[in-house]
Design a protein around this ligand. Structure first.
Ligand code: GLN
Length: 486
């Protein structure tokens, strides 16, 4: 085992004792990144010139990490995995990156994502498709695909992700690792390329729950540059981590989780849901109470449509600043309208353009009330319903997706009419700004699957503790991707 595959605490101890230096860790990390780059296609940039930092008492000092390429990094190419920004080098760091730099953390890669975070397959990055290290024919899910693949391969202990619908938590499940997005506003979004501002969250992908707590502590904080950020200086997630969760009350949504609701269930789905039931028993073994609750099916079925309307509308507005004049490669044309048209037409992939059309449609004056405003109302109903359960229960526990990573061949990532609520329910945590974590939950056909825990706003500690307790009783803690050979 190389050093870089260890957890943050162990690396810190080794650095403190002088058994390894920051420079050596960077070298290990970069070597590994280069080794896996071609097969995974996980990186937009490998930062070969990364410099070591002084090892201080800070757990993150001297340790390398990966940054999703939709975070602005000063002097380092930041593309959002889009041709429209293929040459964009910001002159400032995103606040999250800046906060980590203050602690001595060292970015060594910029990881590939679905273009601007709009996707769930890792197939729409301008540098090509990202492959799942457990089985290279499969997807990592998205959009934090490159971050998930590289953490699962042990390139570093953690990589930053962003999550608008499930983009940290789904790739974490498909790659057999941990993915955490804290409460909305705990981490400043300043410098994160906006996709849908009311749903966007910064967060992290790791292999250990403890590392997710350490990195979130390092990234968080009120930031005058993000008016939705809030003061969390009295919150110390790492320090207060405990496996003592006896007496906690969990709920799951029966309509989504019970196998009886899927008369045509595949063997894979059956196993996935049985696996989930086993984890519920484990929760009980840990002294927690688990209850299946029933939620109005109409409300649940509305989740994907509400997500599409709100996220496409916000994305259309947010990305209207991409004209090709201020950032990105300037396009040809005899006047500014022609230049802008050429830049956007050639620069964006068809999937993004499709979303802009949906967004423009629902924002049109005559459609706003019917679609956009109604989606906002239904979002509120969904959030209120879930919040009413958080009055009685400490957290929601749910399986992630319908099973393990899907094959790349044939995947299109269009927003479909028949979208399964089981695939999309993680969006609930974005609607409400809830803290939400995915941890590994075993294997189906030797491929990893995940389980998710979501809590009420500001209950980040509780969500992490429940995950920490479960992780400690499961044999998947800290696992690295092992290629499945048939
Ligand atoms: N898969 C979802 C989408 O395509 C979520 C993306 C995200 O969380 N950034 O919009």
């Amino acid at each position: 085992m190389s050093f870089i595959e260890k957890d943050i605490e162990s690396l810190h101890e080794l650095l403190k004792k002088g058994e390894i230096t920051s420079a050596e860790l960077i070298k290990e990390s970069l070597t590994k990144a280069h080794e896996v780059a071609q097969k995974t296609n996980a990186f937009v940039t490998i930062i070969d010139e990364a410099k070591p930092t002084e090892v201080t008492d800070d757990l993150l000092s001297g340790i390398p990490y990966g940054v999703k390429d939709n975070y602005s990094t000063k002097g380092i190419l930041s593309t959002g995995s889009s041709n429209t920004l293929k040459d964009y080098v910001p002159f400032f760091d995103a606040t999250a990156v800046e906060n980590l730099a203050k602690k001595g953390a060292i970015p060594v890669t910029k990881t590939a994502l679905d273009e601007f975070g709009m996707g769930g397959t890792g197939t729409t990055c301008h540098t090509g498709v990202v492959h799942n290290p457990w089985d290279y024919k499969r997807m990592c899910a998205g959009s934090s695909s490159g971050s998930a693949a590289s953490v699962a391969l042990g390139v570093y202990p953690y990589a930053l992700g962003s999550d608008t619908g499930d983009s940290i938590r789904k790739p974490a499940a498909y790659c057999g690792i941990v993915g955490f997005k804290p409460t909305y506003g705990m981490i400043s979004r300043y410098g994160l390329f906006p996709f849908a501002s009311s749903l966007d969250h910064c967060g992290v992908l790791t292999r250990f729950v403890k590392d997710a707590a350490i990195v979130t502590d390092g990234m968080k904080g009120k930031d005058p540059k993000d008016m939705t950020s809030w003061d969390s200086k009295d919150i110390h997630l790492y320090q207060n981590l405990t496996t003592n969760v006896a007496g906690k009350k969990l709920f799951y949504i029966k309509e989504i989780c019970d196998i009886e609701n899927y008369p045509n269930a595949s063997q894979e789905l059956k196993e996935h849901l049985e696996n989930f039931q086993k984890t519920l028993h484990l929760c009980e073994k840990l002294g927690m109470e688990v209850t299946g609750v029933s939620i109005n099916k109409d409300l649940l079925n509305a989740i994907p449509s509400v997500y599409v309307v709100i996220s496409c509308a916000e994305a259309t507005s947010n990305l209207s600043n991409l004209t090709g004049f201020i950032f990105g490669p300037r396009a040809e044309g005899s006047n500014y309208i022609e230049m802008m048209k050429n830049y956007r037409t050639k620069g964006f992939s068809p999937l993004i353009k499709r979303r802009f059309i949906i967004g423009s449609y629902v924002l049109q004056k005559e459609n706003q009330e019917k679609y956009f405003k109604n989606a906002q109302r239904v979002r509120r109903l969904i959030v209120d319903e879930i919040k009413s359960y958080f009055q009685k229960y400490d957290a929601l526990i749910m399986p992630v997706g319908t099973g393990p990573a899907k094959l790349l061949e044939g995947s299109k990532d269009l927003l479909k009419d028949d979208t399964d609520v089981l695939e999309e329910h993680l969006q609930i945590a974005n609607f409400g700004g809830f803290p939400s974590i995915t941890i590994p939950n075993g294997f189906i056909n030797n491929l990893p699957v995940g389980v998710n825990i979501t809590g009420n706003c500001y209950e980040d500690q509780q969500v992490l503790n429940i995950a920490y307790a479960l992780e400690s009783e499961m044999p998947y803690k800290g696992q690295l991707a092992k290629e499945v050979t048939e």
